[in-house]
Design a protein around this ligand. Structure first.
Ligand code: FAD
Length: 441
């Protein structure tokens, strides 16, 4: 196919990786549309919470992975004297790193900032009309259109909150928020707060709030409860740890976080305990959303957080390779995955890498979905890459790139285990993350 004009939607880590790989492959023009005022996506911390804010970062956030497993494979996130040299740095260090990545590979000129893609529609069999609004000075907004040979969607998936269903919540008098809008603990001073969910954000935010609140009660799902040594049959809440004696964990089933909320302010947990709470913070994850796409036109739909059908999480078989999705996977070494996916997409678009036929791709997708079903894996975990590195190795082989090194994989796996085993200390006690060329030592 040679050199194509490509629209990239989003200038977060995925969009920047895509822009670099597309240009390296010889495509052009490549235009990156970014609705925020800078590059970096999620890592562009915003202390103001507006109706349409993108970033879900809170002020105290540090990475949950060590820097060796965060950076792109050939552009490591190294520590410097001038920045935050911790192995699990604060969010500003990651933003600085992404800005440096864009500078180093001269990507800024490709990015149209403050430019929101409003719609992407198929024009002919293989071209796309992208309609976007551009902010001018004095709040003037201009709507424009451009046609591209291909579209690469990199709009992120940590922005549209998923809330827990709670019986009786409409009559409950307290304040609710989602972690998407959580920034600092101050508003919870002296309060009794229920935190729903205990994945990395729930772990951090519950501890953050426990520093100022009277009590924090966390509803934690059974598998996570088991990992945190919380008995699933325990009828009374257990103090979570010594460091925060006002933090309590309440185990719950996979389907329901909290039994009900009542008009007098009570929140009733599944373990039978109840508290009168001032606030509920939902740390219950996010929904994939592509408001600028017409699902039929783009060959995908979102069903219980499965974006599909997609061949290897990237190409809708019916329209491949002219539309692709980079960055859908979660629970993985994300920046390296974005880089591998981007190289694959760029190579397929130029014709350097061949895709199977539409029928073969559909067959592969169907086999993948039946395998997930046979393993009892809910649809919403479709894009969870797990711990095998099969996918990453497959992409590297396809693209002719080096596989992720064994030591890096070992450090990543050990780091992930630490998050659940030692939520309090894993960032600063990293003894188990020492490594040599073969793995952790
Ligand atoms: P994003 O960073 O979300 O970027 C998407 C971009 O698309 C944004 O800039 C957005 O403005 C733009 N956009 C969206 N829609 C449009 C549109 N219509 N028009 C134009 N532009 C648009 N990952 C790690 O590896 N380590 C961590 O420690 C870690 N911690 C995290 C903590 C939190 C609280 C969250 C929410 C995520 C964390 N992540 C972490 C995951 C993080 O999201 C990824 O690291 C990565 O930044 C995702 O990049 P992305 O480019 O896919 O999406």
């Amino acid at each position: 196919m040679g050199s194509l004009s490509v629209a990239v939607i989003g200038a977060g880590a995925a969009g920047l990786a895509a822009a670099r790989e597309l240009r390296r492959e010889g495509h052009g023009p490549v235009v990156v549309f970014e609705r925020c005022a800078g590059v970096g996506g999620t890592w562009l911390y915003d202390d103001k919470v507006s109706t349409n804010h993108h970033s879900s970062l809170y002020a105290s956030l540090r990475t949950n992975l060590p820097r060796e497993t965060m950076g792109f494979l050939d552009f490591p996130l190294v520590s410097s004297d001038s920045g935050d040299s911790r192995r699990f740095p604060g969010h500003a260090e990651v933003l600085r790193y992404l800005q440096e990545f864009a500078r180093r590979f001269d990507l800024h000129g490709m990015v149209k900032l403050q430019t929101e893609v409003l719609s992407v529609r198929r024009e002919a069999s293989s071209s796309w009309k992208v309609t976007y609004s551009r902010k001018q000075e004095e709040k003037e907004v201009i709507v424009e259109e451009e046609v591209f040979d291909a579209v690469v969607v990199c709009n992120g998936h940590f922005t549209h909150p998923r809330l827990a269903d709670i019986a009786g919540i409409d009559g409950w008098p307290g304040k609710q928020m989602h972690s998407h809008s959580y920034r600092v603990a101050d508003p919870f001073h002296g309060q009794v707060v229920v935190v729903i969910g205990y994945k990395p954000s729930g772990m951090d935010i519950s501890r953050d709030i426990a520093g100022v609140a009277k009590e924090v009660h966390v509803a934690i799902r059974s598998p996570a409860a088991a990992a945190a040594n919380i008995s699933q049959t325990q009828q009374m809440p257990l103090p979570a740890n010594q460091a925060h004696p006002n933090l309590w964990l309440h185990s719950c089933t996979v389907h329901i976080y909290v039994e009900r909320a009542e008009g007098d302010g009570s929140v009733v947990f599944q373990d039978g305990s109840r508290v009168k709470a001032d606030a509920i913070v939902h740390c219950t994850g996010y929904k994939y959303s592509f408001p600028f796409l017409d699902e039929d036109d783009a060959g995908i739909n979102v069903d219980d957080n499965r974006v599909g059908p997609l061949y290897k999480h990237v190409f809708p078989p019916r329209l491949a390779p002219h539309i692709s999705f980079i960055g859908l996977p979660f629970r993985a070494m994300l920046f390296p995955v974005f880089q591998l996916q981007s190289n694959w997409v760029a190579g397929v678009l130029s014709g350097r890498i061949e895709l199977p036929s539409q029928e073969e791709m559909m067959k592969d997708v169907a086999a993948f979905y039946s395998d997930l079903e046979a393993r009892g894996c809910p649809k919403r975990y479709t894009h969870d890459l797990g711990t095998s590195f099969e996918y990453e190795d497959w992409l590297a082989e396809r693209s002719g790139l080096d596989k992720i090194e064994e030591w890096r994989k070992a450090v990543y796996l050990a780091a992930r285990k630490n998050v659940t085993d030692r939520p309090e200390a894993y960032r600063d006690d990293d003894r188990s993350l020492r490594y040599d060329a073969t793995g952790c030592v």
